[in-house]
Design a binder for this molecule. Structure first.
Ligand SMILES: [Fe+2]
Ligand SMILES: [Fe+2]
Length: 293
């Protein structure tokens, strides 16, 4: 049987940013808007994102995961275009998304992500909330939300006690079912920057040491990243990707995405990673291929 293929892209930060209404520019958004107009608009490009998504679709993966930061300042006017964009990536049964810190940028619009993307977040039983669980082929996608509004200049994320407690039960149940468990979470489980970290990563790591998953996919840092974390039966790979709309700038690489080919291998699993990303002339090319598991 052909391997099950899962594509992972993240942090599209859908460009262009609509012009905010004056009333929307109080507090944290004011700084974010200055940052967008001075810097971010130069390297978060719609044509890059479109080239990447065209390539993802041409690869015809079985499923696509988008791990957050779909919008920028969580302005009211950003959500409808972001939904239209995600509809273009694929239908809700083949695409799963979770929120990032930019999707919950300010308290006033934290509910908008859930409303806008409900069909793409929902668990198989139709419930909306996190953790969410979606079974597809041999895999189970377990979605978490670290998206909470934070003060200006902060980009931290938090799971909270309730979500961690539910996750423990879910992982226990799935372990008994022998599926390939993929954890989707916006923030990386380890961060060098205090103002960008997941505040309760230690609790999540402790839980994963007890129950394990087979693969962790995250965004947020906008770089290629492979980290390994301790699980009950060996180390768990955690993979991060650059922003799906980015031109290379500073220490940040150009847009890329990952393809994972997952199949049973005797008593265990085999998982191969292919990285595809932006080359010259907006061409998307293969950057790397490696066996993860
Ligand atoms: Fe981001
Ligand atoms: Fe982020």
């Amino acid at each position: 049987m052909a391997p099950y293929t899962l594509a992972h892209l993240s942090d599209p930060h859908l460009p262009p940013l609509p012009k905010p209404r004056l009333i929307e520019l109080a507090g944290k958004r004011a700084l974010g808007y200055v940052n967008w107009t001075r810097n971010r608009h130069k390297y978060q490009r719609r044509e890059v994102l479109d080239a990447l998504v065209t390539d993802v679709r041409a690869q015809a993966p079985d499923h696509i995961a988008v791990t957050g930061d779909l919008v920028n300042l969580a302005l009211e006017a950003e959500f409808a275009p972001a939904r239209a964009w995600l509809d273009g990536v694929g239908p809700p049964d083949r695409v799963t998304t979770i929120p990032g810190n930019h999707d919950a940028y300010v308290r006033a619009t934290t509910h908008r992500f859930g409303e806008t993307f409900a069909p793409y977040l929902a668990s198989d039983d139709g419930s909306i909330g996190f953790p969410a669980v979606r079974r597809r082929g041999p895999i189970a996608l377990v979605s978490l939300s670290t998206a909470v509004p934070t003060p200006p200049l902060m980009a931290t994320g938090t799971l909270g006690r309730d979500q961690l407690a539910s996750l423990e039960q879910i992982l226990e149940r799935l372990a008994a079912e022998g599926v390939f468990r993929v954890l989707l979470v916006h923030h990386p489980l380890k961060s060098g920057a205090r103002h960008k970290r997941m505040t309760d990563a230690a609790e999540l790591l402790a839980l994963l040491r007890r129950h394990g998953v087979e693969l962790i996919l995250h965004g947020h840092d906008h770089i290629h990243s492979t980290m390994w974390f301790e699980g009950p039966n060996g180390n768990i790979p955690a993979i991060g990707v650059p922003s799906a709309s980015a031109l290379a700038h500073g220490r940040y690489p150009a847009a890329a995405y990952n393809l994972f080919a997952i199949e049973r291998d005797n008593a265990g699993w085999r998982c191969e990673q292919t990285v595809r990303g932006l080359g010259s002339g907006f061409q998307i090319q293969q950057i790397k291929q490696a066996r993860l598991i």
